[in-house]
Design a protein around this ligand. Structure first.
Ligand SMILES: [Zn+2]
Length: 268
């Protein structure tokens, strides 16, 4: 019998510790990528190691898109729900500009997208915190140099997130949706901890401040930015899945497969 993806156990939880506020209670379902930013369609899911493995592993059917049951109803409805339009508006604007760009009537390789930086960032970080393994919900949250400031930022208790973290984004041209909690990427002397979320048309990466590794086309997000700037040059598309890219020279990476998720359309 074919082995089934370990993502299966992620659907089988009803109570646990919320990965944003840390309260214990009933867990609710969050779409990651957020449902406001994509067309919900039946997807198949695996962990990233299973997806790239040569072993045949049966994926999970995700009938209503990519869902994570890792946050409480309060965080889901009152925090993330109220912020979803801050992702929806710039994504829709970007898709409109992308259509014009692909029609060949643009002379610049940069697409500029107006947005509310603080609210967009809170929404993206919140959904990314939710995109984890249910293992994270089984024990009380512990203090973490990487996660505690991010959780407090989403909860509105830490407006100084730029003191501890950097955020990068770039144009993501692929159908494959990827989420990953802490991955470690070693590049020629620099050791980078990161978590990421990739869905068409954007890839989003969180790193510790001034310790990040990121692809050449990435733009750093600042809290006082008025626009997102996407570098559309196709020369760097091969690194669009960063950090899940082929390794060269003195590069290594380490991640926990159960904390990653790859979703792809059932009908290709
Ligand atoms: Zn919560």
């Amino acid at each position: 019998m074919r082995k089934i993806s370990e993502r299966l156990k992620n659907a089988r939880i009803s109570e646990g510790f919320c990965t944003i506020c840390g309260e214990f209670g009933r867990l609710s379902k969050d779409h990651v990528p957020p449902r406001c930013a994509i067309n919900i369609q039946p997807m198949l899911q695996k962990t990233i190691s299973e997806y790239y493995s040569s072993e045949e592993i049966k994926p999970i059917n995700a009938h209503h898109g990519s869902i994570f049951k890792t946050i409480c109803r309060d965080c889901n409805n009152n925090i993330l729900g109220s912020l979803d339009s801050e992702i929806k508006k710039p994504i829709e604007y970007f898709l409109g500009k992308l259509r014009i760009y692909l029609s060949g009537s643009c002379y610049s390789n940069i697409i500029k997208v107006p947005f509310n930086s603080n609210l967009f960032l809170k929404a993206m970080v919140g959904h990314l915190l939710a995109a984890t393994s249910v293992e994270s919900c089984k024990n009380e949250l512990t203090e973490s140099e990487f996660y505690t400031p991010l959780r407090k930022f989403v909860l509105g208790q830490n407006e100084d997130i730029k003191l501890t973290h950097d955020f990068y984004y770039w144009f993501y041209p692929n159908k494959l949706q990827i989420t990953s909690q802490l991955a470690s990427f070693y590049n020629d002397g620099n050791f980078c901890l990161c978590c990421c979320m990739h869905f068409f048309p954007i890839a989003f990466l969180i790193t510790l401040k001034e310790r990040g590794t990121y692809p050449a086309q990435a733009t750093k997000l600042e809290l006082d930015d008025k626009n997102l700037y996407f570098n559309m040059s196709p020369i760097n598309f091969k690194y669009a899945n960063f950090p899940f890219v082929p390794l060269y020279g003195n590069q290594m990476m380490l991640f926990s497969s159960g904390y990653t998720c790859v979703s792809y359309p059932r009908i290709k």
